[in-house]
Design a protein around this ligand. Structure first.
Ligand SMILES: [Zn+2]
Ligand SMILES: [Zn+2]
Length: 722
């Protein structure tokens, strides 16, 4: 590996040296070339005759001219002959045109190969196929699953099949979706989105895609949702419409409200069969002939959160959903007694437990109330200015606290950000939050109040470029421009990967003279925690899994290392036997048998569909082109040939985007024009000729560009005949 990169470095150094040595010559040649009339100069006796080795060309060109004459009169037979003749001429020509380059073609090809490997690696992170999984917990004692194993897998008739369709071991947490199948009855749990990273230019989010599900849609008896975060409901508007009004959808009232809001964004809102579930009723909901479920109220960073028990003929399967422990919650305390009751009386055959914060040691050190108190302290501390609080829009319980603290100080609160306003509306309608009287105001009214009466709650805590907070910084916000008397609170932690963007927003705010208070930086302001993670920490998991005492264990909702660490915790700390723990990937079929053993048995095809911010699907090939262009640029040459003579009748047009700035690249452009003229200094008669010519130009121009710049942009030759 080291040797390789060293060799590559040497290669590049050599290239650079060669290029620098050549530069004066090229420069001189082009200064002369700029002044010339190319076509005339290349003609026999012209100044540049030598450059195109005219004698040979003239000889070859003689053929097509005569044959063309014949072709105009002649039969098909003769026409075929003509094509052949021109082709030979064109082939001769290829050898004739000098590219004036000093790099070998092989070097360019090597560069192109490396580039396309990079581009493919970047653009295919979401492609699942058969994942490499040699984990000790992979269900095959660490041996990699093979294609023949998949092919020979037959479903066991009496097995309950647990199939993660999304959310396991991908690059980022999201796209959660699980199927449970028993004798042709399928239950789906969650339909989430995964936000695409910057590796995917122009892609906003991804949605689970499964051919198996498409083929088995008729077998789906019910769809359940644990809670309303986008990584659990974000794909609803893409997937739910396919199920039609007969399939019942079960979720808590707040979650149903959020799903309906999602669905209302569709141009045609489908009729769906929504059922609101009140988890505290402990209702056993019959979903199909063999399967039933119960929702259990648990706590997370959003109202209406639940764990789900699926009762199957082979025992209870528990899906933890997203959860955290809270000693002093704002919400109704988690129904932990019911969970204990089920685990002790009925037993849990298989627990699917989320993995998000498995790497964070200890337990939550504080409660939401502490966060609320600290918001109040900020309002007291910075009593003379506006307080602008930025948090996740789904944190409606925290918003309730902000309202309370503001009301106690005679401040009014306005909301900004599409999702923020939406979520508060849904929360009000589902009675998930209490609002003090006369505290909420519209943005356009609140700005008429004196600054010390104003609190604004907005989105943008992750540094998103187009979210409210950044718009306030740049002055693009309709109502608010940041002032030096403003205090901005980041009531969140940056999601891993978002740190640079968040710091960019913080810098922008500080440059405007504002006071910025970020969670986790207590030493700067002496103001304590301003955020509480929605996910359990390590010790919480230990307690939870120990208490649930499941027969079998399967980590879910996490990247691969999280799943692996979660499995280790279950084996080493809780003491679940190694063989009863499985680290699965999206698409793996895990079978729970009547004797309550589990094993993997084959795979279903799963993947992702990519969508842009206008909710339109993006093809993978488009993403690859975008990555290629972002790295190397695009270069278009437009040739206009005479229909009559087949020769160049106009100076070639050249368009360069994201590659080189044309005004500063006269020499290189001159060189390419020069090449193009030489290349088209013969008759191009047939479509076949044009195709060949295009291919050759593409290759040669790429070579010239690579020679001059070390880059291989996408070269597009366009040939018009007039
Ligand atoms: Zn969540
Ligand atoms: Zn989640």
């Amino acid at each position: 590996m080291n040797e390789k990169s060293q060799a590559e470095a040497q290669r590049r150094a050599k290239l650079l040296k060669m290029r620098n040595e050549r530069l004066p010559d090229i420069k001189k040649a082009f200064e002369e070339n700029q002044k010339r009339n190319f076509n005339a100069n290349f003609a026999p006796g012209g100044k540049d005759e030598a450059l195109v080795r005219h004698k040979k060309v003239a000889k070859a060109a003689a053929k097509p001219v005569t044959t063309k004459k014949a072709a105009t009169k002649a039969t098909t037979k003769k026409a075929t002959k003509t094509t052949k003749a021109t082709k030979t001429a064109a082939a001769d020509k290829k050898r004739d045109v000098s590219l004036l380059v000093s790099t070998r073609k092989g070097e360019m090809v090597h560069h192109q190969r490396m580039l396309s490997q990079d581009v493919n690696a970047q653009a295919t992170q979401h492609i699942i196929g058969i994942p490499v999984n040699k984990s000790r917990y992979n269900g095959f004692k660490g041996a990699q699953l093979t294609i023949s194993q998949i092919r020979s897998a037959r479903p066991h008739k009496d097995a309950v099949r647990i199939i993660p369709i999304g959310g396991l071991g991908e690059f980022g947490i999201g796209k959660n979706m699980t199927a449970i199948e028993y004798q042709g009855e399928i239950i789906l749990i969650d339909m989430g989105t995964l936000f695409a990273s910057e590796d995917y230019p122009g892609v906003n989010y991804m949605v689970p895609d499964s051919k198996w599900l498409d083929d088995n849609r008729d077998k789906v008896k019910a769809i359940l949702f644990t809670h309303a975060h986008l990584d659990h409901i974000g794909a609803c508007r893409h997937l739910l419409p396919y199920f039609g009004p007969l399939v019942p959808i079960y979720a808590t009232p707040f979650t149903i409200g959020m799903i309906k809001k999602q669905m209302s964004e569709l141009s045609e809102v489908p009729d769906m069969n929504y059922h609101e579930v009140e988890p505290l009723k402990h209702e056993n909901i019959k979903l199909s002939e063999h399967l039933s479920c119960e929702f259990i109220h648990t706590l997370h960073s959003i109202p209406g959160n639940a764990s789900i028990i699926i009762r199957t003929p082979n025992g209870n399967i528990m899906l933890s959903g997203d959860w955290r422990f809270e000693n002093n919650p704002m919400d109704t305390p988690a129904d932990y007694d019911r969970l204990l009751e089920i685990s002790q009386k009925e037993g849990i055959a298989l627990l699917l437990n989320e993995s998000t914060n498995i790497d964070t040691p200890g337990t939550h050190p504080h409660s939401e109330y502490d966060v609320g108190d600290n918001m109040g302290r900020v309002m007291d501390h910075y009593a003379n200015g506006r307080v602008i609080i930025s948090c996740f829009s789904s944190q409606v319980k925290r918003i309730e606290l902000v309202l309370k603290e503001a009301a106690a100080r005679g401040r009014k609160v306005a909301f900004s950000g599409f999702s923020m306003i939406n979520n508060v509306e849904v929360a009000l309608r589902a009675h998930s939050i209490k609002v003090p009287k006369d505290t909420i105001m519209k943005m356009e009214d609140i700005i008429k109040l004196p600054d010390e009466k104003i609190v604004i709650v907005c989105t943008g805590s992750q540094g998103e470029m187009n979210a409210v907070l950044n718009r306030m910084v740049t002055g693009a916000h309709r109502h608010i421009k940041i002032k030096s008397t403003d205090t901005i609170v980041f009531s969140s932690n940056p999601i891993p990967g978002n740190e640079p963007k968040v710091m960019g927003t913080v810098d922008g705010l500080l440059r405007e003279g504002a006071q910025v208070i970020q969670n986790g930086r207590t030493h700067l302001t002496n103001i304590g925690p301003l955020h509480l993670s929605g996910h359990a920490y390590y010790e919480d998991h230990v307690k939870f899994v120990t208490d649930m005492n499941p027969k079998n264990y399967m980590p879910y909702h996490g990247e691969f290392y999280m799943l692996e660490h979660n499995a280790e915790m279950a084996e080493n700390v809780v003491g679940i036997p190694h063989d009863n723990i499985i680290v699965a990937d999206d698409g793996d079929i895990v079978e729970l048998m009547p004797d309550q053993t589990i094993h993997k048995n084959g795979r279903i095809p799963v993947g992702n569909k990519l969508y842009d911010d206008a909710d339109r699907q993006v093809n993978e090939a488009v993403v690859k082109d975008r990555i290629h262009i972002s790295r190397e640029g695009i270069f278009v040459v437009i040739l206009t040939l005479s229909k009559k003579t087949g020769r160049l009748i106009k100076t070639p047009d050249i368009v360069s985007r994201a590659f080189i700035y044309l005004d500063n690249s006269e020499e290189l452009i001159g060189k390419i024009r020069h090449y193009l003229r030489a290349k088209t200094d013969h008759t191009v008669a047939t479509d076949e000729d044009i195709k060949t010519l295009k291919e050759e130009i593409k290759e040669d121009v790429t070579h010239i560009l690579y020679d001059a710049t070390g880059h291989t942009p996408i070269v597009i030759p366009v040939i018009n005949k007039v």
